[in-house]
Structure formats: structure tokens, C-alpha cells
Design a protein around this ligand. Sequence first.
Ligand SMILES: [Zn+2]
Ligand SMILES: [Zn+2]
Length: 264
Amino acid sequence: MRIGAHVSMAKGFPSVFDNIKSVGGNCAQIFSHSPRGWKFKDVQKVEEFRERYKKEDIKPIVIHNSYLVNLASLDKELHKKSMENMRKEFETAEILGIDYINIHPGSNKDVKIGLKRIVQSLNSIETKAYLLLENTASGIGSEFENLMYIMENITIKCGVTLDTCHAYAAGYDIVSSLDNVLDEFDSIIGLEKLKLIHLNDSKFELGSKRDRHEHIGLGKIEIEGFRNFINHPKLQDIPKILETPVDERRGFKENIEVVKSLVE
Ligand SMILES: [Zn+2]
Ligand SMILES: [Zn+2]
């Protein structure tokens, strides 16, 4: 199975390989720069990264966009910065040959206006990189229909990341009716568009609309929920990335071990 985690690349892009191997993963997600700032450094060690990416069995590698970016914003300054940031992300992915850029669609009190703004924004960017739209716990992106609307209106190559915590918090009951949720996903978006799973337990209950990640099996999805989820025939082959907390209870290594122990 493809299981990994969101790891640091603070020591340069090639450090992602050692960081993910040290926790027992074989795929990874990174930030290309500090996610709480706008600044990018020049992309360095490109050859070394590309070399290792070819050689190592660590695939895919995904860039997660900055938390500050909001492509749905009507605030001119914020939107301008967000667009510059996205262009840089795409550029970085192209330079490094990274598979996917994962983004949160954006937020706007008016979902319709927000969706249009996102489409317009993405259509003004030219890139060969592959975009992943992530489902959210509330607002734009919390309904599969929102993601589909964006996908069918943009020209960039695009798929979907399903975050288990976000789906559960948004009200999709992946614990007691996983088949129904997947059928719904399939009829609205198409399961072939599901390229990545963010595997996180949820601190809060079904439909809470609150985005708080928990260690695998220690939240409301519970261990049996994950056993059922990761062994589902339609989900087995999709890469899974943990964005679970790192605290005194567990780190990524322990959560990856838990996930592996559930494989049937
Ligand atoms: Zn996520
Ligand atoms: Zn989250």
C-alpha cells in the first residue's frame, strides 16, 4: 500500500526522502515554503531531488499549498498575493517534477460567488502541473458538488483529494455508510478522479463542520472505521497521506504502524 505523511523539507527538497523513510512511509506531502508566510526561496538542489525521485520508491510526492492562499477572496490585495503564490507553487512543482499540488479551494461567505472566483483564478494560470482539489470540513469544498463545479469549469489537469476528517466533519458518514459515500462521490465526481486520500481521524463528531485532526483510531472515526476504509476495494490502491498531530501520544511513525497493522 502507499502510505505516507506530511513531512518537513526544511533542509532542502531532497530531505523529504530521508524524512519520510524515517517514519516508514513510501509517499509524502510537503510545503514548498513556510505555509504561514508568502515568501518563497529559490528552488535549490533540483538535480539531486530529481535523481532521488527517480531512484527511490517514494511516490507520489505532493505539494500542499499555503494556508494563507484564498482564491475565492474578493479582497484585491489578498487575491493578488494568492495568485502570485499559486503561480509559484505550480512553477516549483514543474521544476522538481512533483506529481501533484493539493489545494483547499478557498473561502467566501457566498458559495456561488466564491466558486466562480476560484474558476476564474485557476483559468488565468497556465501550467502543466496536476492540481488536486481537497474536500473541506465546511464552506466551499465541503460538498462534492462544489469540487465538481470547479473541475468541470477549469482547463488545468485536475483530480480530487479526499480528506477523511474533513469528509466526516462535513457530514459524509464514511464510518457506517462508506459504500453510499463512495457511490455519491462516483456519481457526482467520478471515482477515477480520486487521486489522493488524506488519512486523518476527526476530533469532532459527524457533521460538526469542525476541522480538527486526531491520531488514527483515537478520534470519532475510530479504529474499525479505518480498518473498513483502508481495506475497501475501491480505496486500496489510492495513496494515503497522514496529516495527524505530532504530540506526546504519537508521531507519524506510530500512526503509519497503526495503519499498516489494519491491512487485511
Ligand atoms: Zn487534508
Ligand atoms: Zn484539516
